[in-house]
Write a protein that binds this ligand. Structure first.
Ligand code: PAF
Length: 283
């Protein structure tokens, strides 16, 4: 694996195969590595970036303590046969950076973390400009993030194609995340109730849809309230639990079929996010 630290050295990349940009903040887990695998299976050259991006952290968030595990990350990437690792220096990558505003600022995580996605799109755009990848890979777990990237690529008419990798879960169903490292084994097991409840909500939505006399949007609100209470009983502090239209993140309407159940909740002081697509077109 070629490790690149200087922007100038990106020029020496040998583009034998199309480049798949996989931006990360490190502390890699199977979710990240599955994107590397997927890109290799598609005959692409994975280029992973590791950069803990200060622009996307709020003043009271965990920028300072965010897990930095470069040595382990390098080993995992070598094992996966990743081709390139870009480890930019903060000063060089942020110098003169063009700050961008992200859309969907009134939805989900953007409402709870003002400026977060502005920071994300600013840095991802910087990578797009520097690397000009043929493909970029993002995870489904960060649903709003991938939607913002999709929107950016379209709006700026960039030729980079977006590939979204499925959420990778541990044996109990907890979506993998670097922040899971803040939890003990038992807490992780308890937190896996998130996925169980998301699946239960999806089942309830399918039942509602099968009864045409019922208004989905009304029931969606009732179901969310029921599950917010259930989560709170289990010690979660809910940021949001919403059933939304997966295309535009708006609250679900009566006839919507392409839905997403999305949650962000604090458990034992750790902010966890997850989501489950729920396609009702055949219900
Ligand atoms: O998903 C992440 O880890 C970050 O938001 C990203 C895309 C690497 C930008 O810093």
């Amino acid at each position: 694996m070629k490790v690149i630290k200087k922007i100038d050295d990106l020029k020496v990349i040998d583009k034998k195969r199309p480049i798949a940009l996989i931006p990360t903040m490190g502390n890699l887990h199977e979710g990240h590595l599955s994107l590397v695998k997927q890109s290799i299976n598609l005959q692409l050259s994975p280029l992973v970036t590791i950069f803990v991006n200060p622009l996307q952290f709020g003043p009271n968030e965990d920028f300072e303590t965010y897990p930095r595990t470069i040595k382990q990350d390098k080993e995992s990437l070598e094992k996966q046969k990743c081709e390139f690792l870009f480890l930019p220096e903060k000063s060089e990558i942020l110098e003169g950076i063009k700050k961008l505003k992200a859309p969907y600022s009134n939805f989900l995580c953007a409402k709870k973390r003002p400026g977060h996605f502005d920071g994300v799109i600013t840095i991802v755009n910087r990578f797009f400009e520097l690397i000009k990848p043929e493909y970029c890979f993002f995870g489904q777990k960060d649903f709003q993030q991938q939607l913002i990237i999709r929107n950016h690529l379209k709006e700026k008419r960039l030729s980079t194609k977006l590939v979204v990798g499925e959420t990778v879960r541990d044996g109990n169903g907890l979506a993998l995340s670097s922040r899971n490292n803040y939890l003990t084994q038992i807490e992780k097991k308890d937190a896996s109730i998130i996925y169980r409840y998301l699946k239960e909500i999806a089942d309830q939505l399918r039942q509602v849809r099968s009864d045409f006399s019922k208004d989905l949007s009304v029931h969606a609100l009732m179901i969310c309230q029921e599950y917010k209470n259930k989560f709170e009983d289990k010690g979660f502090k809910i940021d949001y639990l919403e059933i939304i239209n997966a295309k535009n993140l708006e609250k679900s309407k009566k006839d919507d079929t392409d839905l997403l159940i999305a949650i962000a909740a604090h458990y034992k002081g750790v902010r966890l996010i997850d989501n489950l697509p729920c396609d009702l077109s055949f219900s």
